[in-house]
Design a protein around this ligand. Structure first.
Ligand SMILES: *Cc1c(COP(=O)(O)O)cnc(C)c1O
Length: 399
């Protein structure tokens, strides 16, 4: 008899996006002529940069020629990509990273979801509320449901989590944040690094939206903070940076200074365990995709992806300023493609979803779908077209 991992029974159903789809369907049946504008999508819409496409095509051609054919690559990623990552994303900010501290993968979702495998069952795990669901759900699947501690992010805290009062062992942080769009200053992030060093805790830092940072004071990498090399792992992705959500490429930095402890209190370096995990369960990202990712760092690639990010950020500005002009209280939308708005008069998130769809024909994402503290909030995203974004905000202002 095949027995189930009963932790899967504890998972809350992934009800958010199916419920949104159901409500949209019903609305379309009632009002077949209404033209809905979707500002709820968490996916990019602009095509790949030309430099990236060229590199990918060339790499595909190489695979069709005997002399340049490649089979399995190194599980951790090709040197040509790892060197570009280090030079552009870390050395340029004064952060030295060694080549064997970089692990190229097919996504930050997989990496943030898989990473918890390295840790004992008994760890106390802190996640923000509201939150990107992967951090909590992957720990529930692993049987740590009861060990999860939620860190409320409220208006009073500027949508930022506060240092835990009780001891926690593993802390997930995501800045710039999905869904709230807020980010931390270096001083704020340093408090987390200091906490982790004092408590021998580990920070799992998701920097998937790093490329959207505009503010000079905001750290792009947690490793810009003194001491972070001892207590942090960082997840990065080409998904939002360069439109790779369908192409799939990401990377994780596991510094060799990070230590974890066995039950006897003996310290072990974490890096070799992630290497062991990846070499056992993962066979690397395809060569054409890594070649495409490396082209993101070429001068032409950089110029092209920066133009796309600027396009999304201009959408974010239009949404943010439009909402403020319409009297809404908003967070984010400056260093991130997400705008987190407070619903008027404490209206429940789903009621606001219906009202926005009925009165403005605009679709967003109810904050309650990201956790209990998301109730009374709503997420709009900057990944639409300029035209739709502008029209949506006109409609919201006229509501
Ligand atoms: C989009 C996103 C990612 C990127 O995931 P990929 O698997 O690399 O596409 C990671 N973290 C957060 C919070 C995200 O919103």
């Amino acid at each position: 008899m095949a027995l189930l991992n009963e932790s899967y029974l504890e998972l809350a159903g992934s009800y958010l996006f199916s419920e949104i789809a159901r409500r949209i369907e019903r609305f379309k049946q009632e009002k077949p002529d209404a033209e809905l504008i979707r500002l709820g999508i968490g996916d990019v819409t602009q095509p790949l940069a030309g430099a990236v496409l060229e590199a990918m095509k060339q790499a595909v051609d190489e695979l069709g020629v005997q002399e340049t054919f490649r089979g399995y690559g190194p599980e951790q990623g090709y040197d040509f990509l790892i060197r570009q990552i280090i030079a552009h994303d870390f050395l340029s900010r004064g952060v030295p990273i060694a080549e064997d501290e970089v692990f190229v993968s097919d996504g930050a979702k997989c990496d943030t979801g898989n990473f918890q495998e390295l840790f004992a069952q008994g760890n106390i795990v802190a996640v923000s509320d509201p939150v990107y669901p992967v951090y909590a759900d992957s720990n529930v699947m692993a049987g740590r449901g009861r060990n999860i501690r939620l860190m409320p992010c409220t208006e009073e805290t500027g949508m930022k989590p506060q240092l835990p009062k009780e001891r926690v062992d593993i802390i997930y942080l995501c800045f710039p944040n999905n869904p709230t769009g807020v980010t931390l200053s270096k001083e704020e992030l340093k408090q987390w690094v200091d906490y982790a060093r004092e408590n021998r805790a580990l920070i799992l830092f998701d920097a998937a939206y790093e490329a959207f940072i505009q503010d000079d004071q905001a750290p792009h990498s947690i490793f810009e903070i003194e001491g972070a090399r001892e207590v942090a792992v960082e997840f990065r992705s080409f998904s939002k940076t360069a439109g790779f959500t369908g192409v799939r490429c990401a990377y994780t930095i596991v510094p060799k200074d990070v230590q974890v402890y066995d039950a006897a209190g003996q310290a072990h370096a974490l890096n070799p365990f992630w290497l062991r995990r990846q070499t056992t369960k993962f066979n690397g990202v395809s060569y054409p995709v890594q070649a495409a990712a490396a082209a993101v760092f070429s001068p032409a690639g950089q110029q092209q992806i920066q133009a796309t990010i600027a396009y999304y950020l201009e959408n974010a500005r239009i949404i943010r300023e439009g909402l403020i002009a319409a009297g809404y209280r908003v967070f984010g939308g400056v260093n991130a493609p997400y705008i987190w708005l407070k619903t008027p008069h404490g209206m429940p998130s789903w009621d606001f979803f219906d009202q926005l769809m009925q009165q403005a024909q605009v679709v967003g994402t109810p904050g309650a779908g990201f956790g209990a503290h998301g109730e009374g909030y709503f997420r709009l995203t900057a990944f639409g077209t300029r035209e739709n974004t502008t029209r949506a905000l006109e409609r919201i202002k006229n509501m």
